[in-house]
Design a protein around this ligand. Structure first.
Ligand code: PA5
Length: 456
């Protein structure tokens, strides 16, 4: 089993029949998803992606990755939200959160265009000095401001470094098959392009070229990643909640939400999982948080955060539950040695591995949190392999879609994301936003409280 869901620390918070009673609702959510009758069904292409992807493009991705590995010291992946989180999460899960710093034969991978910070972009330009750089610009719409701004700066840097012709060879765009500014630009400049399929939304796109190219550049086996997703697609195909662990996760989190557990803390015991949590937060936050409903997705890495958030989790307001992702086999191991003088008093752990200690921390914490009124769902993942990751991605995607239908929202749109963009464009003076600009500026001035003059 690549993935198992363990209800041991949640069952006391649920009535005996509660999960079984969810069966008709889960069945209906399953049908909405699989028959295309549900809201947003035009974005369910990810469901069959593991078996129905463009093989020719997949081979081109592998060839492009091999070329970048051979001729680049750095790959910069430019994108925001669903156009970068999955790739970054996968690279860190499969290799390490210290991937760039560790000795390796593959290029460093940096992520840009996910912030408007001048410092971050300028520092990245500094890092690229004297290095052979390739760019992968990713934007489904081709119009998102943050990556577009970063691309403008980094493209100029690259052209200065190696000339326009060579830069052309080093730029790859992942975008819509035929529309959008980025596609137009790529065609005009002759950049190689990969496709974000029409029926796959940004946050469900990690198993398309969006994620696959950067992941392949890191040296990971993307065929094995897809195999893991195939396993999950097959394993989680049943409509019956009792026979489908993926749907059990969706159903239980929905039941807990109904009981007032409005915050879900995705917990791991591995720092290399932290970006997976960021990816998961976008997936669930953007899919469920609408119509004034939805579980608030948060995350923590234990035991690190037990020393910052532990007090609140154990003893604060009782509105949260945990989903703990436990990776059974660590990527590397350390065994504690015996010391002659037991000054630190740790000889009782001599001969024990650090994963043994980490595991006891998990058990102790889960029991303590259970006693403190915090239910924990445990998702056990076999290891840090590509197969496990592919399975976990698909598991979370499918559970998310079903969770959305259980909640009565469209899990595939994100209308709320537009609001900040409209205001930002207006305040930046983008043509077409003049009226909004005046109104916003007036509001900003009215809200500004002048500082009181200092005494004397
Ligand atoms: O999930 C989503 O749709 C968003 O997070 C997008 O991925 C993000 O806004 C970036 O959009 P685009 O790829 O069009 O630049």
């Amino acid at each position: 089993m690549l993935i198992e869901v363990d209800m041991q620390h949640v069952s006391r918070f649920l009535g005996k029949q509660e999960l079984a009673a969810m069966a008709p609702q889960v069945q209906s959510a399953h049908e909405q998803l699989h028959t295309g009758a549900g809201l947003g069904s035009e974005f369910t292409g990810w469901l069959d992606l593991p078996i129905r992807y463009d093989r020719e493009e997949f081979a081109r991705i592998q060839a492009a990755a091999a070329r970048i590995q051979a001729d680049s010291d750095i790959l910069i992946v430019i994108g925001i939200g669903g156009s970068y989180l999955g790739a970054r999460a996968a690279v860190e899960f499969l290799h390490s959160d210290a991937y760039n710093a560790l000795p390796k034969s593959t290029p460093d991978i940096y992520f840009a265009g996910n912030t408007l910070s001048p410092s971050a972009l300028a520092e990245l330009v500094l890092l690229c000095k004297g290095k052979r750089v390739s760019l992968n610009m990713i934007s489904k719409s081709g119009t998102t401001t943050e990556p577009a701004v970063a691309f403008r700066v980094l493209k100029e840097m690259l052209e200065e470094q190696c000339g326009k012709e060579e830069a052309r060879r080093r730029i790859i765009c992942t975008t819509d098959r035929c529309k959008g500014t980025l596609k137009q630009l790529a065609d005009r400049e002759g950049y190689e392009t990969f496709v974000v399929p029409d029926d796959v939304g940004g946050r469900y796109s990690v198993l398309t070229a969006v994620g696959l190219l950067p992941i392949a550049v890191s040296g990971a086996d993307i065929s094995a990643l897809m195999e893991g997703a195939v396993w999950a697609r097959e394993t989680y195909r049943h409509a019956d909640v009792q026979a489908n662990a993926c749907y059990q996760y969706a159903a239980v989190r929905n039941l807990l939400y109904r009981k007032g557990k409005e915050i879900e803390l995705l917990v791991s015991y591995e720092p290399r999982f932290a970006m997976m949590s960021e990816w998961w937060k976008q997936l669930y936050g953007e899919s469920e948080g609408k119509d004034q409903k939805g579980i608030f997705p948060a995350s923590a890495v234990f035991s690190t955060d037990l020393h910052s958030m532990g007090q609140y989790i154990q003893d604060g307001r009782r509105h949260l539950f945990e989903t703990i992702v436990l990776v059974e086999k660590p990527a590397r191991e350390i065994t504690l040695a015996e010391e002659q003088e037991d000054i630190d008093g740790l000889n009782f752990l001599a001969g024990k591995t650090l994963s043994y200690v980490n595991h006891r921390a998990f058990e102790g914490t889960a029991l303590a949190h259970e006693d403190g009124g915090v239910p924990s769902l445990v998702i056990r993942v076999e290891d840090f392999s590509e197969r496990s990751l592919g399975a976990l991605i698909y598991f979370f995607e499918k559970a998310c879609a079903v969770s959305g239908y259980l909640l009565g929202v469209n899990p595939f749109d994100q209308p709320g994301v537009e609001s900040y963009k409209k205001n930002m464009f207006a305040l930046l003076g983008k043509p077409g936003y003049e009226t909004q600009r005046q109104a916003l500026q007036a509001r900003l001035q009215k809200n500004c409280v002048p500082a009181k003059p200092a005494d004397g």
